[in-house]
Ligand binder design. Structure first.
Ligand code: AMP
Ligand code: GLY
Length: 431
């Protein structure tokens, strides 16, 4: 089978690495890819939302399956585009249509969906510029901290958490009246703050049946001790030691099953990943958000723990035969530490040569923001390299990731040295 992966991050490199191992694979293409994917697949310089160029490539290379990494093409309707085209409609797409992608593309849609399907989530209300005063009153009725969310996609920046009521009112005004996040903040969801510890659960579904993939915890803030600005993710661990069988059973019964049946009830034929961001509040799961794709860097710890043939599972999704497939998950712990460009998530420089990559034998190296320049691998983004290790314990896996994170080098390299450290307490408690 000829396969195309859309995207250019660590997530897409991890998909490519795994799919490359499948006996079912003939040729693998990544659009646009990075220096890491260029070694194991053919990179094609196409932007993920340039659907016409994607069509041309798919027809030219006889591609039979397309895996959509990031959310933008999904929210913009790549799956619908394929279905509406005579030449493309039989090609399998891993990723929902526009209707399903609203679970991520609109916070209001996803909150309504959860309420309709009795899925535990924070109390909320939605406001527009016309109902700004009602928004102020709603804020007054809540306890701090206050959670404000731009309804639409805002490149991961649309959620604000504020301790002070006046600051929350000011931000609400900024979002609604002054369009702080452009069209994305035409509507704003205000919700109750959930206390607890976060983790993510991932499912792969063909619309009828589903497979639960390994759970993961990521580290979103730039600074150690979860301080500073939010990033795309600075590292991840899988499995999550506090997500025991009893908790995961609750997740399946209270969240996963009603999500799948809720989509069917709304006639949303969903084929792809659902990434469920959860809060564990005293052993009870609440949904913080849905994403309609895999997480990054969560993919870099989830995929290496899947022992089954990923392409075979994807075929099951495309042909709605997922119920016939088995998914085998490794007992090992996977850790990933993200090396980033100094300055990220604010301004940073690109084009720094990356050294010592070839000397890494004990970790899996997934490229994120890299490219080849005169046959050298150079930095090409904020998040640069994910260093993933698999071992029998978190401590052991972390030690390998940190050793390699230290050795791989580029000017102004930065990484968090406390990834996973908060989870060691849970491991000690359990044993
Ligand atoms: P989201 O984009 O909805 O995942 O929000 C980004 C981050 O904000 C989440 O990963 C949480 O850390 C935090 N967050 C969002 N909603 C809430 C909430 N209701 N209570 C507490 N933290 C939240
Ligand atoms: N790591 C969080 C995300 O992919 O949204």
């Amino acid at each position: 089978m000829n396969v195309l992966i859309i995207g250019s991050g660590g997530r897409e490199h991890a998909f490519a690495w795994k799919i490359k191992q499948s006996k079912k694979l003939s040729n693998l293409y990544v659009a646009p890819g990075n220096a890491g994917t260029s070694v194991i697949a053919t990179n094609v310089a196409i932007h993920p939302t340039d659907f016409d160029a994607i069509k041309k490539l798919v027809l030219e290379k006889n591609i039979e399956l397309v895996i959509v990494g990031p959310e933008d093409p999904l929210v913009e309707g790549i799956h619908d585009f394929f279905l509406a085209d005579e030449q493309l409609k039989s090609i399998g797409i891993i990723g929902p249509k526009k209707d399903g992608a609203q679970l991520e593309g609109s916070k209001e849609f996803s909150k309504k969906f959860m309420v309709k399907n009795n899925i535990p989530t924070a109390k909320y209300a939605t406001f527009t510029v016309e109902t700004l005063q009602d928004g102020f009153h709603f804020l007054e009725s809540l306890e701090p901290p206050f959670v404000l969310k731009a309804d639409g996609l805002a490149a991961g920046k649309g959620v604000l958490i504020l301790d002070d009521l006046q600051a929350a009112k000011n931000e609400l005004t900024e979002m609604l009246t002054n369009k702080k996040f452009g069209a994305a903040s035409t509507k704003v969801v205000i919700e109750e703050f959930l206390h607890g510890i976060e983790l993510s659960v991932f499912i792969l579904t063909d619309g009828n049946s589903y497979k639960i993939l390994p759970s993961a915890k990521d580290y979103k803030r730039i600074g150690e001790g979860d301080t500073g600005l939010n990033t795309g993710g600075m590292g991840a661990i899988s499995p999550v030691p506090f997500a025991d069988d009893a908790f995961l059973k609750k997740v399946e019964e209270q969240i996963v099953k009603p999500t799948i049946t809720g989509l069917k009830k709304q006639d949303i034929d969903y084929k792809g990943f659902i990434f469920i961001g959860l809060m564990n509040n005293n052993g009870n799961p609440y949904v913080i958000e849905y994403n309609v794709r895999m997480g990054d860097p969560e993919t870099e710890v989830v995929i290496p723990r899947i022992e089954s043939d990923l392409l075979d599972l994807f075929e099951g999704v495309a042909h709605q035969t997922l119920h016939e497939k088995e998914i085998k998950i490794s007992d090992k712990t996977a850790t990933t530490v993200m090396l980033v460009s100094g300055g990220y998530p604010e301004d940073y420089e690109k084009g720094k040569e990356i050294s010592n990559l070839e000397n890494v034998a004990t970790s899996l190296i997934f490229h994120a923001g890299t490219k080849l320049e005169n046959n050298k691998v150079v930095t090409n983004g904020g998040r640069v390299i994910a260093v993933t290790s698999l071992a029998n314990s978190i401590e052991e896996a972390l030690q390998i990731s940190f050793t390699n994170a230290k050795n791989i080098d580029f000017e102004n390299k930065y990484y968090r040295k406390d990834i996973g450290k908060d989870l060691l307490n849970f491991v000690e408690k359990q044993s």
